[in-house]
Design a protein around this ligand. Structure first.
Ligand code: NAI
Ligand code: MG
Length: 338
């Protein structure tokens, strides 16, 4: 496994540095060959050189790596997050990562949440009329192509079935956003026909949010367009017990190379204090191992996280551990299992 690591900014650097020894240890225990190469793409480099995602980065990742691990991007010195958009959107679009998978292991059962990751309101189509600094009209278009929606749904429904789930819900707002809404509903019905094991329904996003908070056990597989998926995945992270626990995988249905990142940002409010929660980043390593076909080491990492959490945790989840203190528990639990 050749893994490109982009620690990024703020606590991204801290949680990545803390989590990587868990990859080394699990690789040693399971006799896996994992090599890691670090890239300094982030705020410091942007401020120094004006470069976010360097020229040729996408081609290099495609040619030389099996997976990308990203910490977080975001820096108070770059308030418009220009570098983050350049790097994150550049990777998502450049690597054609149209599927974003966020598992939500809740007490009521696991929700497998899949969000379309490249189009919709985030397609970057739009513009302004009038003076650029004080426009009179501002437009962001919601753009979906049949091809991307179809690839996204086919892949996500397959993963939901493979996870052993039976219910799946499409989240949309076809009453108020009719054109893309109809395209999604049409393709959802068509793709579902190939999955007789799945019982498919659909819900308006507002009603879905209401039920998700009150009765999360009602949901198993969930598929959603970009904007709705972004919002409901943060509600999901809140239900999990915090942003520090939520991990995501960005996947291209047609390629092996995928990107793994914790859901949280660079947390400037706690950066440098040594208490960032590395849980989500270790969970990213488990998702990465799953994706690359190494199920047993992925399960071992998840078991070690659960054991560590039963004993302690960082302050964001109500514990007193430091970042490295929590990782000491994770590594001890891994060694203890094997
Ligand atoms: P954030 O996720 O960085 O932080 C929100 C709150 O959760 C903060 O109070 C923070 O201390 C806490 N928190 C987050 N992760 C934590 C962890 N692992 N352990 C303990 N506490 C944690 O979101 P915020 O503050 O809105 O954004 C900060 C910067 O990060 C901004 O520049 C933003 O643009 C960027 N950002 C980047 C993302 C990415 O790289 N994918 C995602 C979200 C935000
Ligand atoms: Mg988000």
């Amino acid at each position: 496994m050749r893994i490109a690591v982009i620690p990024g900014d703020g606590i991204g650097q801290e949680v990545v540095a803390a989590a990587l020894p868990a990859l080394d240890l699990v690789a040693e225990i399971f006799d896996l060959d994992a090599t890691v190469e670090q890239f300094d793409w982030g705020a410091d480099r942007w401020l120094r050189t004006g470069v976010g995602l360097p020229e040729g980065a996408v081609a290099q990742l495609r040619a030389e790596f099996d997976a990308v691990l990203l910490g977080a991007l975001g820096d108070p010195r770059i308030p418009d997050m220009a570098h983050g958009r350049d790097i994150l959107l550049g990777l998502r679009r450049g690597l054609d990562l149209c599927v974003n998978h966020r598992p939500l292991p809740l007490a009521t059962g696991t929700i497998e949440l899949f969000r379309e990751n490249t189009q919709g309101l985030y397609a970057g189509v739009g513009g302004t009329v009038g003076p650029p600094d004080r426009p009179t009209v501002a437009i962001d278009e919601c753009v979906y192509t049949r091809d991307t929606v179809q690839r996204f749904l086919r892949y996500s429904l397959g993963r939901i079935r493979d996870a052993g789930q039976r219910r799946v819900t499409l989240v949309h707002k076809a009453n108020a956003v009719p054109h893309t809404g109809r395209l999604w509903r049409e393709l959802y019905a068509a793709e579902l026909a190939a999955f007789p094991e799945l019982d498919g329904t659909d819900e308006y996003v507002d009603a879905f949010c209401y039920h998700l908070v009150r009765d999360p056990g009602r949901y198993q597989g969930v598929v959603a367009p970009n904007l709705f998926g972004d919002i409901i995945s943060d509600i999901g992270a809140a239900l999990l017990g915090g942003l520090g626990l939520a991990a995501s995988a960005s996947i291209c249905p047609q390629a092996r190379l995928a990107l793994f990142e914790p859901v949280h940002g660079s947390a400037p409010d706690i950066a440098g204090t040594g208490v960032a929660n590395p849980y989500a980043t270790v969970l990213c390593l488990a998702l990465m191992l799953d994706h690359l076909g190494h199920r047993a080491p992925a399960d071992a990492l998840r078991a070690a996280l659960a054991a560590a959490r039963a004993e302690g945790g960082t302050p964001d989840v109500g514990g007193h551990d430091t970042t490295s203190g929590f990782m000491t528990r994770v590594l001890a639990a891994l060694r203890h299992q094997h």
